[in-house]
Design a protein around this ligand. Structure first.
Ligand code: ADP
Ligand code: ASP
Ligand code: MG
Length: 512
């Protein structure tokens, strides 16, 4: 197999340059650095879907925010668990002509939000909030009728519909915080997060966003209020609603944290922190006490759902530490993600990205550098990002996470190269600073899965990760076996790190 080189996260050797690249990728470059005009030492607390899923979860959120009041929190919330999926289903049902089904989904959503409000708020306040919900759902009903008429649910309409989930949850959380005596101020995130017009996967325009955060959120903090805003959503300069991609509330929190120069960003979720692998796949996964921005960015990029892939970009830029914490187990000290983290060359975590396809590009005559340029150009024209690339004398192999544009790409390359692809692959990735310098780790990994067909191994491009492709049907087994090999007893150094840090954390308390 030819040596691969990387399209994904970059090598720490070139950290500064490559961070510049990441910033540009995320549209965060630009003349306006977050500077001295910030809100100062605030704390950003982001609560994911399960951390606001019902009245009990929102009560726990209120307790956490109250305890953090001396640190001037800014609260960023996701939609209630599963609401975004249901809004998406209602939109598609309407677009496919099933208007009754669309309305029924919306009705159930409205009832759920009303029930949560009733569980949290007293009579008048509950009535006021439910009236606001009525307005949102009336608007959604009008959009459904339009989608049914147009028989389509285009990206700009998806942004309009999906963003309502965060608007509803932020109103609920705002009212709940006020009801427990927190002086909360509701902020429309669409006034603060200014993005380009790439609907469903918008990129923030940093300078505008920074300016808006300073103009809208910083004065609230200065007046001693606790701003509450929805994650995930933004708007273009001319006010068109956009979203930052699924799971994007983590990214919102980081954008807000960097823009306000927060002292830290807390991502409150349903697990104890970043774990050695997805605990849904390996229930014995362990919490990682500390990791670097780069390690966490690689994990997120290679599929660990606990963080949106772009989350670390603004945090790195502003050098704001990120903590991943469990809202159901707040006394656990979670995972601290910082710029630099001492490294012992151990694997910190294992992740996998499913739904990957491998594309083989075979030149018709010979392999020339022009072909490489043409391939990059054609993928860019189709806005098709590459996960990994491997080149050899005779051919080119690429990994992509969507096959929709491949037929047109193959058509455009006709005459230059034959393009074939295979679906249903998964990219498994081991992450840890400097693991490439420990060749025995790769041999240990391949021993653990020696009967699984492995393709496209990549360990040259980054100091920090080793990745390889397997059939999607075997990915769970592969991750479980790798996890057993790297993290089962006797205690690995990672486990020691976890336990000593846990003891320290318990001794010092959570909110140092
Ligand atoms: P939230 O709704 O709070 O944003 P998500 O569902 O997006 O939460 O992310 C949390 C989930 O991420 C966990 O429940 C877990 O199953 C999954 N996950 C995947 N990989 C990891 C990992 N390495 N560490 C922790 N959680 C992980
Ligand atoms: N609610 C959005 C989603 O489900 C964003 C988020 O939860 O981070 O994708
Ligand atoms: Mg999430």
């Amino acid at each position: 197999m030819a040596g691969g080189f990387f399209i994904g996260p970059k090598d720490s050797k070139h950290r500064e340059d490559k961070r510049g690249d990441k910033m540009r990728q995320a549209g965060l470059s630009g003349s306006s650095e977050p500077s001295g005009d910030s809100a100062g030492e605030c704390l950003v607390m982001k609560f994911g879907g399960t951390s606001v899923q019902d009245a009990g979860a929102i009560r726990r959120l209120c307790e956490l925010v109250k305890r953090a009041l001396p640190q001037h929190p800014v609260v960023v919330v996701s939609a209630l668990a599963k609401v975004t999926d249901q809004l998406m289903n209602s939109g598609w049902a309407a677009a496919q002509g099933h208007l009754d089904e669309a309305r029924e989904i919306l009705q159930l959503l409205q009832q759920r939000h009303q029930a949560v409000a009733a569980g949290l708020l007293g009579g008048d306040e509950c009535t006021r909030v439910c009236l606001e919900f009525d307005r949102e759902f009336d608007a959604l009903a009008a959009v459904s009728s339009r989608l049914a008429w147009e028989k389509a649910f285009p990206p700009h309409a998806q942004d309009q519909v999906l963003g309502v989930g965060e608007s509803l949850s932020s109103k609920l959380v705002h009212a709940a915080l006020q009801s427990v005596g927190v002086n909360a101020a509701l902020v429309d995130a669409r006034r603060c997060i200014v993005t380009d017009a790439a609907h469903t996967r918008a990129t923030p325009l940093w300078a505008d966003t920074h300016e808006q955060l300073q103009a809208v959120v910083a004065p609230l903090l200065h007046s001693g209020l606790t701003p509450v805003m929805g994650g995930f959503v933004g708007a273009t300069r001319d006010g068109m609603p956009t979203t930052l991609g699924r799971g994007g509330s983590d990214f919102s929190a980081s954008i807000v944290g960097a823009g306000l120069r927060a002292r830290r960003i807390e991502i409150w979720t349903d697990v104890d922190g970043v774990m050695t692998t997805d605990p849904a796949v390996c229930p014995d996964a362990r919490r990682v006490a500390r990791m670097s921005f780069d390690e966490a960015a690689d994990l997120a990029y290679f599929g660990a759902k606990v963080l949106h892939p772009a989350t670390l970009i603004p945090a790195m830029r502003g050098n704001v530490p990120v903590w991943v914490l469990n809202s159901r187990n707040p006394d656990c000290c979670g995972t601290e993600i910082v710029a630099h983290c001492e490294s012992d060359g151990q694997v910190k975590a294992i992740t996998a990205k499913r739904g990957v396809a491998i594309v083989d590009i075979e030149p018709i005559r010979w392999f020339a550098p022009e072909l490489l340029r043409e391939v990059f150009d054609v993928f860019e024209r189709h806005q098709h990002s590459l996960e990994l690339l491997s080149a050899s004398r005779g051919s080119l192999a690429l990994l992509v996470s969507s096959v929709t544009a491949l037929p047109s790409i193959a058509e455009e390359l006709k005459g230059l190269a034959n393009v074939r692809w295979e679906n249903h692959k998964a990219l498994v990735c081991l992450v840890g600073e400097q693991i490439r310098r420990r060749p025995e780790l790769a041999s240990r990994a391949f021993r653990a899965i020696d009967d699984i067909d492995v393709r496209m191994i990549c360990q040259g491009a980054s100091e920090r990760n080793i990745s390889f492709l397997v059939d999607e049907s075997r990915v769970i087994e592969a991750v479980q076996r790798l996890h057993r090999s790297f993290f089962s007893a006797p205690l690995s150094e990672t486990a020691i790190e976890v336990s000593s840090s846990q003891a320290m954390c318990q001794a010092e308390g959570m909110w140092q």
